[in-house]
Design a protein around this ligand. Structure first.
Ligand SMILES: [Zn+2]
Length: 561
């Protein structure tokens, strides 16, 4: 389709408005072939995928476990049976990714704060602190002065620099989670969390500055999750990409707030006062008269896992070198052999639903009697639950250069609760495609629902973020809590019930009463949006000044037609 999709959409809307009263524009801007393909997306096919992938047979699709490998094989078979072309390594549907699984040995690891004067504070693993060696060495010794660096953020666009040029080579950095509090939308996006507030950024920045260790102070109200979450996610195995050239910390750790308070006391300082100072633009790093002495011993297990990648070639000889990509993670938490009772984390909602949607999208694009101008790539990624690692690899090794990918649409945990009336596309407003997103939402009679908890930084917690990091405009498509035939409270209660009783638990299982209308609707919406974007003359970009604009420019200077 060469004609501007938006212009066509307006034309149809005006025509309808002239004929009778204003009515929904529908997705009439799509060509009949695209319409037909889109309409063929079937909620019962999504049900079949969810039922199958969440069966105990797949053992919870754990990264680095047999069940995860079986799921990857099955996704590739589906891609092949639909007639997708392979877009992985050496003409296959797979991107092989090498990982290290690193587990800190709590018995052999010792972690102490040693003040210049006074007695050493020896801390207990899990209850007081957690710590992981990101260099994947089996044993590291650390003896380094502790420097308090406030939020540990250097953000020129907000005129904020906690480091002030201090030499931090070989030091241990003590940092706060989150970012300076603000209601000003022009300062760290107000209440919303930017990437600077995420722990991933802080550990990366500390390593870039030559630090050997970093310790985050956990404060529940600031982190938006409790100590239990920190302990559970850092207490077990951490997966690391082998193919990662960035500098890494020997010890990336967290301490409880109380521990930080005692550390401050041992240094003759006051934690509350330190927290206050960190909120000032003039804050400078403060070296404490205390050293971190740590012997960190890890079990290191190399393993491989795979992304599954296929494509449908675009119809335009020039534009088909560019792409629109759809992503969904297929991995979940696997099987936990040491836990009593049901220890298979089936991951029906998280994220067999996204896989069901991805497969229906792939099937519909292949079935379409004509194709959009650009190529469409489908990627079922691994290791999302390990910290977005499969998509990180995909972003670093995209089947089409990142600068030539117009848009990534991601699906993660789309609850089968019925017919949703609200659309959640957080991050879409940061891209140049937002007006089209609004029109498509309207044609599906869905209201775009703003992010209820921008301070939780959800944008940085699913696979689309890995694509944004390499500059690709990207966001996830999901539903808000208002469903047809119910009030808002009903949907909110369903959501609460899921988070409390099934999210990341063995009980996230398939049930026959699941209603996949939602999943099919959001698949169709994503189909319409992706098709339009794949047909437009221009690539999608970020709004001026966005934190990912620079990455987009960098990637586009390396590629482009
Ligand atoms: Zn998950």
């Amino acid at each position: 389709m060469k004609k501007s999709a938006i212009a066509a959409l307006f034309a149809v809307t005006l025509l309808l408005a002239a004929q009778n009263k204003p009515t929904k524009p529908a997705t009439s801007s799509l060509s009949p072939a695209a319409q037909e393909a889109m309409t063929s997306i079937d909620s019962e096919k999504i049900r079949a995928t969810v039922k199958y992938l969440s069966d105990d047979y797949f053992q919870g699709r754990g990264t680095g476990q047999k069940g995860g490998d079986m799921a990857a094989d099955w996704m590739a078979q589906q891609f092949k049976s639909y007639g997708l072309a392979p877009a992985g390594d050496d003409g296959t549907f797979f991107q092989k990714i090498n990982f290290y699984g690193v587990t800190t040995d709590p018995k052999q690891t010792q972690f102490a704060f040693v003040p210049k004067s006074g007695t050493a504070m020896r801390l207990d693993f899990a209850s007081d602190y957690v710590s992981t060696n990101l260099t994947h060495a089996e044993k590291s010794e650390i003896d380094a002065p502790i420097v308090f660096v406030g939020y540990g953020i250097s953000a020129p666009e907000y005129n904020w620099d906690d480091y002030k040029g201090a030499d931090l080579k070989g030091k241990t950095l003590l940092m706060l989670v989150n970012e300076p509090p603000s209601d000003d939308p022009n300062f760290f996006k107000g209440r919303a969390l930017t990437y600077y507030g995420r722990w991933t950024y802080k550990f990366e920045e500390a390593a870039r500055r030559g630090a050997v260790a970093a310790i985050l102070v956990h404060k529940t109200d600031m982190a938006s999750y409790g100590w239990e979450v920190v302990r559970n996610s850092w207490g077990g195995e951490t997966s690391l990409l082998q193919d990662d050239k960035d500098p890494k910390l020997k010890s990336a750790g967290w301490v409880q707030l109380d521990v930080a308070r005692k550390l401050a006391q041992a240094a003759g300082m006051n934690l509350e006062h330190m927290l206050d100072q960190a909120n000032s633009r003039s804050f400078k790093p403060v070296e404490l008269p205390v050293r971190l002495q740590e012997t960190i011993v890890s079990h290191v297990r190399p393993f491989a896992s795979r992304n599954v990648v296929g494509k449908v070639a675009g119809s335009d000889p020039k534009l088909s070198r560019q792409a629109v990509i759809y992503t969904a993670h297929y991995d979940h938490l696997g099987i936990h052999p040491n836990e009593p009772g049901d220890n298979i984390y089936n991951g029906a909602a998280d994220n067999a639903t996204g896989c069901g949607i991805l497969l229906e999208l792939a099937r519909a694009y292949v079935a379409a009697k004509e194709k959009p101008a650009r190529t469409i790539v489908f990627a079922a990624v691994t290791a999302e639950e390990q910290g977005l690692l499969g998509s990180r690899y995909l972003g670093l090794h995209p089947p089409v250069p990142a600068g030539d990918i117009s848009l990534d649409l991601n699906y993660d945990d789309v609850q089968p609760f019925g017919d949703p009336q609200q659309l959640v596309v957080s991050g879409a407003e940061r891209t140049t495609i937002f007006p089209l997103v609004q029109q498509v939402a309207q044609s599906f009679e869905m209201a775009i629902q703003p992010d209820d908890h921008p301070e939780a930084g959800h944008y940085y917690r699913s696979d689309h973020f890995s694509m944004a990091r390499v500059g690709v405009p990207s966001f996830s498509i999901n539903e808000g809590p208002l469903f047809k035939g119910h009030d808002l409270a009903w949907g909110e209660e369903k959501e609460r019930d899921y988070v409390a009783h099934r999210y990341h638990q063995p009980s996230d299982e398939y049930r026959p009463d699941m209603d996949f209308t939602a999943d099919a609707k959001l698949a169709k919406l994503g189909f319409a949006l992706g098709w339009e974007v794949a047909s437009q003359p221009e690539l999608v970009g970020w709004q001026p000044g966005d934190e990912f604009e620079k990455a987009r420019k960098t990637s586009q200077s390396k590629s482009g037609l």
